[in-house]
Design a protein. Structure first.
Length: 275
């Protein structure tokens, strides 16, 4: 459901509830458009239900295909240099299904997956109302895990915020940056503050497929990421794949690689939803 349709849906519900109350208080008949609004709401509900059914079925089929795939053989990594990594999304981004991240030697050195805090956030996201996807990234070598957990909307109404956990311990915070001149220059900015006090920012121009993670105040770039367009490619007789992402870890000593992946992927979720 698009934001515009969601707004119409909410307005229709408010009208349907408020109009009988107004009619009763003022001792007047219901508005002439009352039945029209009810009909419109019914159409929206039917469209949403049909859309959800087909999206759920597509996700289920994609998940079944994903379990059969050998991503290591399918993902091309021959062009990657030292410090460069790549991964390719499924066409449907599914929760609790790890997406492998490969180095130039075709080794899966890390993976990430989407998680939800509860069933409410899961179903609201699947229905397309609000996206509550949280990113969890795991290092296959060290076993370390970072997790970006969205702060409840009532506490982050104007700017999305996440608490970052590393191995189940609070490790930092991630948020959409405050409105600034850069924001007005057609860019979406994010701020990351780990516990050590160093601050980083994510710069993702809205019309670009390039994203940078860097230290604030004109500091060095520590991660450069590029992604393709949707780029659906067949996997034999089975399924399709989505966009391919290439990551250049330019300063490995600044933040762990899995933190950088989490920062980038969580930002991309928000970037895609802002279009």
């Amino acid at each position: 459901m698009s934001p515009r349709m969601l707004a119409i849906f909410i307005a229709a519900i408010l009208f349907i509830v408020a109009e009988p109350i107004r009619s009763f208080i003022q001792n007047e008949p219901l508005s002439d458009i009352y039945l029209t609004v009810i009909s419109l709401l019914g159409v929206i509900i039917v469209i949403t239900a049909i859309s959800f059914y087909f999206r759920s079925r597509s996700r289920k089929q994609a998940l079944e295909r994903a379990h059969k795939e050998d991503q290591l053989e399918q993902l091309t990594t021959e062009t990657l240099n030292q410090g460069e990594y790549a991964y390719q999304e499924p066409y449907w981004m599914m929760h609790n299904h790890p997406v492998q991240i490969y180095n130039g030697s075709k080794q899966a050195i890390a993976s990430f997956q989407f998680r939800f805090r509860n069933r409410y956030e899961k179903w609201v996201s699947l229905l397309g109302f609000i996206d509550y996807r949280n990113v969890e990234v795991k290092d296959h070598v060290s076993g370390d895990i970072v997790y970006f957990e969205h702060i409840p909307m009532r506490k982050s109404l104007w700017r999305d915020k996440w608490i970052v956990y590393k191995n189940n311990n609070k490790h930092g915070s991630f948020e959409v940056a405050k409105l600034s001149r850069k924001q007005l220059e057609n860019q979406l900015l994010f701020s990351y503050k780990p516990e050590d006090g160093t601050q980083y920012e994510v710069i993702s121009p809205r019309l670009s497929r390039e994203t940078k993670v860097k230290e604030i105040n004109d500091g060095p770039v520590i991660l450069m990421a590029n992604r393709t367009l949707l780029e659906i490619k067949g996997k034999g007789r089975e399924g399709n794949r989505g966009r391919k992402h290439e990551l250049d870890d330019q300063l490995p000593e600044r933040l762990s690689f899995i933190e950088k992946v989490g920062i980038y992927q969580q930002a991309i979720v928000k970037v895609e939803n802002s279009r």
